[in-house]
Design a protein around this ligand. Structure first.
Ligand code: MN9
Length: 296
């Protein structure tokens, strides 16, 4: 029913730039989207963990959806992350994404209260049935304590053919491979950039990642090398990327990525509190890293 091909490949988990007044910076969203389109990314995942989606009000997240869609001009696949703890808020954001022409919605499982499996499933069914867009489940157990397994995924995909994919943000590549054996044949995304080759080897159809925001060329390189059977090349590029990712993890992933983009000419601002600003040491080290990437 849905064209799954357009969901494959390399999709940055779009960072959200803030201006000096802590407002979403529409101009920088435009620049960041265009910078990545020029590199040849297949789409964007908007308002997720990387985009500090859970630190935005729902109005801000819907504004962000609008800015990203305007910048994209229909050129690539757009996935709106509408997940939050409250079902009705998620539905409101899903409807906004549909109005704005998004290709799919995605959601983390509801968190904090330790919802029962039945409550979690109902949350997904309620969101999915509120719009005509397909749904990509965001499986991120470290963030919400819910680890999607193949049996549950099968049940959810059988319930409703709007479920088309899983964004798999765990190091468990066996689980990723098991999803690919489901009858529904979901699109499965690799979620940890530092294991992209691993994810592709176990069947991932592509990746959604935060580090793609400034080094998409590396992940497009890995993807193309892997698809053409040049595994040695894919691994070599992964090693280069991981040298940088180790630094991002050391200094704080999102703040580091934003600072590198600042150095490349896109004003990203800091992350929202309670994230803390990048350290002086981090700035010095990451300004050096930025020199290997094209200016925006
Ligand atoms: O969206 C990102 N996941 C999270 C994907 O931040 C939770 C990844 O791109 C990581 O930031 C990255 C660094 O660990 O792999």
């Amino acid at each position: 029913m849905y064209d799954k091909e357009k969901f494959k490949g390399v999709l940055p988990a779009l960072l959200t730039p803030f201006d000096k007044n802590d407002k979403v910076n529409a101009k920088s969203v435009d620049k960041l989207v265009k910078y990545n389109l020029a590199k040849g990314v297949n789409g964007f995942y908007v308002g997720g963990s990387t985009g500090e989606g859970l630190l935005l009000t729902k109005e801000e997240r819907m504004d962000l959806f609008e800015y990203a869609a305007a910048a994209n001009e229909g050129k690539s696949t757009l996935i709106a992350h509408v997940g939050t703890i409250c079902t009705s808020h998620a539905i409101e954001m899903a409807k906004a994404a549909e109005r704005l022409g998004y290709d799919a919605i995605s959601a983390v499982a509801p968190y904090y209260y330790g919802f029962t499996p039945q409550q979690r499933k109902q949350y997904y069914y309620d969101i999915a049935s509120s719009v005509d867009l397909p749904m990509i489940i965001y499986n991120f157990p470290a963030a919400n304590g819910f680890n999607l397994d193949k049996g549950t995924a099968e049940e959810m995909f059988a319930h409703n053919d709007k479920f088309i994919g899983i964004k798999h943000t765990t190091a468990d590549l066996f689980a990723l491979q098991q999803f690919k054996t489901m009858k529904a044949d979901p699109i499965v995304y690799n979620g940890f950039d530092e294991m992209f080759v691993g994810g592709l080897s176990m069947g991932a159809d592509g990746g959604i990642g935060s580090t793609y925001n400034f080094m998409a060329e590396k992940f497009i390189g890995i993807y193309n090398a892997f698809r053409s059977g040049d595994i040695a090349k894919a691994c070599a590029i992964q090693t280069e990327a991981n040298e940088i990712i180790a630094l991002l993890i050391k200094y704080g992933v999102f703040a580091s990525e934003k600072y590198i983009l600042d150095c490349l000419g896109i004003e990203m601002g800091p992350c929202r509190k309670p994230f803390l600003p990048l350290s002086e040491e981090g700035r010095t080290v990451l300004a050096e890293v930025a020199k290997q990437f094209a200016k925006a």
